[in-house]
Design a protein around this ligand. Structure first.
Ligand code: BES
Ligand code: MN
Ligand code: ZN
Length: 488
C-alpha cells in the first residue's frame, strides 16, 4: 500500500507535483506558486495542450521547476459538481502518471474529505499483483511509494484517512484473492485466508465436507463432488452494533475457485478466466474486512460458498437430481450452471441461521449479463424496491454502478422441470433473469438482492482507480451502502 501523508500547501522540492484543476479555474494557491516559479511555463504548456480542467483530461509537464521532475495537471470537471468519486479518479490518474518518481505531492483543493479521497484513488490505482514475478529489473518497476496530500486543512484530511485506508485494504484483499490462480486458491486455501481475518476482530467459522453432508447441502455438494479439492462454507461475522442483539445484515458470495463447467465442459479458449469465478466470495471477504477495520457500527454476516467445478469420474452428470438444503429438488440439466446451486444452499443456510434483515448476494453468475450490460454496470435483481434503490444510489456514489433487471413469474415458469421441483437452466433467452429467478427460490421470501458481477469483476484495461485485472467491484459500493443506511 502506498504510504500516505498530509501536509500544508507548499511547493515540493522533489518528486512529482499533481495539480487537480477544476474546469475554467485560474491559477491560485500552489498552482499560482508553481506557475510563478516556472516563469509562466506551466500556463503556456497547459494552453498548448488545450488543457481546460475537464474531467478525464490530464497533461504532464517535464522539469517545470527546480527539483520537481514533472507537474501533472488533472482535470476535475466543474469542481462544484464533483463528488468524492471525481477526486478519487483524479488522484488515480495522477498516480498512474507518476511511476517514475518516489514521491507524488497532490494539490487537490476542495474540502479536506475530498482531498483524502484523492489519496484513496491514488492508492487504489497503483495496486499490483506481483508475487509471481521473479525477474523484473529494478529499473522497470514503478517507483512511486508515497503520496503527500497538500491541503490547507491537512489535519482534517488526515483524520478522514483511516476509514479510507480501511477501504483500500479491503479492496486489496479482494483483488489478491481474485487474482490468485486456482492451483493456489482452492476452497481450503481460501477458507484459511478467511481465518486470518480473525486478527481484525471478525468471527470466522468454516464448515467442511462432513458438516455440509450432515446438514444436507445437496446442491452445493453436487457441484463439489467432481473435484479433488474439498468444498468449504465460510461464515464471517462482524458484531459492531451498539445494540448487541440487533439483527444482522447479510452478504453471500459465489466462490467457485475454478469453473471448468464440469461435465458440461466449457470451450478451451478463455477458460483461464474462470479462476475469478470466486469474485463474489472474494468481495464479501473484502467487505467484511473493511467493516471490521473501520469498526463499523453494524452487525453483519458474510457467507462464502467455496467449491471447484471439475469434470471427473465422480462429477455430477447432466440429468442428475439433487436435493438442496431447503428441501427443494433440482434437475441439473447443465453442470455449468453451478453458481446458482452453490448460492441456493448458502442463502438458505444464511436466512435460517441468522434471521437477517436482508441478504445481498454477489456472483459471477452468467455470461448473459455481459451480453446485456457489458462491463460498465453490474446487473441487480431484487424483490425489495427500497433495498434496490439504496444499492443503486451507493453504486452511483462510488462509481460501481448497478442496473436493475426484472423478475417476474413468467420467467420463473421457465425453470419448470419434468421430474423435479425445478431445473437449473431456463434456456438462452433472458439467461441472467432465469438464473436470478432460480436464486430467488432459495431466499424464503426474505428481502434480497442479487448482484450479477460477471461483467465487472475483472477488467481487461486500466481505468482511473483500477489497474486491469481484478477490480474488487462491490467492496466500495457495499461499504457505502452499509455506512449510509445501517450504522448506529
Ligand atoms: N461462471 C459462469 C459465468 C461467467 C461467464 C462468469 C463469463 C464470468 C464470465 C457461470 O457459472 C456459467 O457458466 N454460466 C453459464 C450458465 C448457462 C450454462 C445456463 C453461462 O453463462 O453460460
Ligand atoms: Mn459455470
Ligand atoms: Zn461459474
Amino acid at each position: 500500500m502506498l504510504d500516505v501523508a498530509f501536509s500544508k500547501s507548499a511547493l515540493p522540492k522533489t518528486g512529482i507535483l499533481a495539480l487537480l484543476i477544476g474546469e475554467g479555474e485560474k491559477p491560485e494557491g500552489l498552482w499560482a506558486e508553481a506557475e510563478k516559479a516556472s516563469g509562466g511555463l506551466i500556463g503556456r504548456a497547459l494552453a498548448a495542450a488545450n488543457f481546460k480542467g475537464k474531467a478525464g483530461q490530464s497533461c504532464t509537464i517535464l522539469a517545470p521547476i527546480a527539483g520537481v521532475a514533472r507537474i501533472v495537471a488533472v482535470g476535475l470537471g466543474k469542481r462544484d459538481a464533483t463528488n468524492t468519486r471525481g477526486y478519487e479518479e483524479a488522484g488515480g490518474t495522477a498516480a498512474a502518471a507518476s511511476s517514475t518518481q518516489e514521491i507524488l505531492t497532490l494539490a487537490t483543493g476542495g474540502t479536506a474529505e475530498q482531498a483524502a479521497h484523492a489519496a484513496l484513488g491514488a492508492a487504489l490505482r497503483v495496486y499490483r499483483f506481483d508475487k509471481y514475478r521473479t525477474n523484473e529489473k529494478p529499473e522497470d518497476l514503478p517507483k512511486l511509494g508515497r503520496v503527500v496530500i497538500a491541503h490547507d486543512d491537512h489535519a482534517k484530511a488526515k483524520a478522514a484517512w483511516p476509514n479510507l485506508a480501511a477501504i483500500a485494504d479491503g479492496v486489496f484483499l479482494t483483488r489478491d484473492l481474485v487474482s490468485e490462480p486456482a492451483n493456489v486458491l482452492s476452497p481450503v486455501e481460501f477458507a484459511k485466508r478467511c481465518e486470518e481475518l480473525k486478527d481484525l476482530g471478525l468471527k470466522v467459522k468454516v464448515l467442511g465436507l462432513k458438516e455440509m453432508k450432515k446438514l444436507g447441502f445437496g446442491a452445493l455438494l453436487g457441484v463439489a463432488q467432481g473435484s479433488a479439492n474439498e468444498p468449504r462454507l465460510v461464515v464471517i461475522e462482524w458484531h459492531g452494533a451498539t445494540k448487541k442483539k440487533s439483527k444482522p445484515i447479510a452478504f453471500v458470495g459465489k466462490g467457485v475457485t475454478f469453473d471448468t463447467g464440469g461435465i458440461s465442459i466449457k470451450p478451451a479458449g478463455g477458460m483461464e478466466d474462470m479462476k475469478w469465478d470466486m469474485a463474489g466470495a472474494g468481495t464479501v471477504a473484502g467487505l467484511m474486512a473493511v467493516l471490521a477495520q473501520r469498526h463499523a457500527k453494524v452487525n453483519a454476516v458474510g457467507i462464502l460458498g467455496l467449491v471447484e467445478n471439475m469434470p471427473s469420474g465422480t462429477a455430477m452428470r447432466p440429468g442428475d437430481v439433487v436435493t438442496s438444503y431447503s428441501g427443494q429438488t433440482v434437475e441439473v440439466l447443465n453442470t455449468d450452471a453451478e453458481g446458482r446451486l452453490v448460492l441456493a444452499d448458502a442463502l438458505w443456510y444464511c436466512q435460517e441461521q441468522f434471521d437477517p434483515r436482508f441478504m445481498v448476494n454477489l456472483a459471477t453468475l452468467t455470461g448473459a449479463i455481459i451480453i446485456a450490460l457489458g462491463h460498465d454496470f453490474a446487473g441487480m435483481f431484487s424483490n425489495d424496491d427500497t433495498l434496490a434503490q439504496q444499492l443503486a444510489a451507493a453504486g452511483d456514489a462510488t462509481g460501481e454502478k448497478l442496473w436493475r433487471m426484472p423478475l417476474a413469474d413468467s420467467y420463473d415458469k421457465m425453470l419448470k422441470s419434468d421430474i423435479a421441483d425445478m431445473k437449473n437452466i431456463g434456456g438462452r433467452p433472458g439467461g441472467s433473469i432465469t438464473a436470478a429467478q432460480f436464486v430467488q427460490r432459495f431466499v424464503n421470501g426474505r428481502p434480497w438482492a442479487h448482484l450479477d458481477i460477471a461483467g465487472t469483476a475483472w477488467a481487461s484495461k486500466d481505468t482511473a482507480v483500477t489497474p486491469k485485472g481484478a477490480t474488487a467491484f462491490g467492496v466500495r459500493l457495499l461499504n457505502q451502502f452499509v455506512a449510509t443506511h445501517f450504522e448506529d
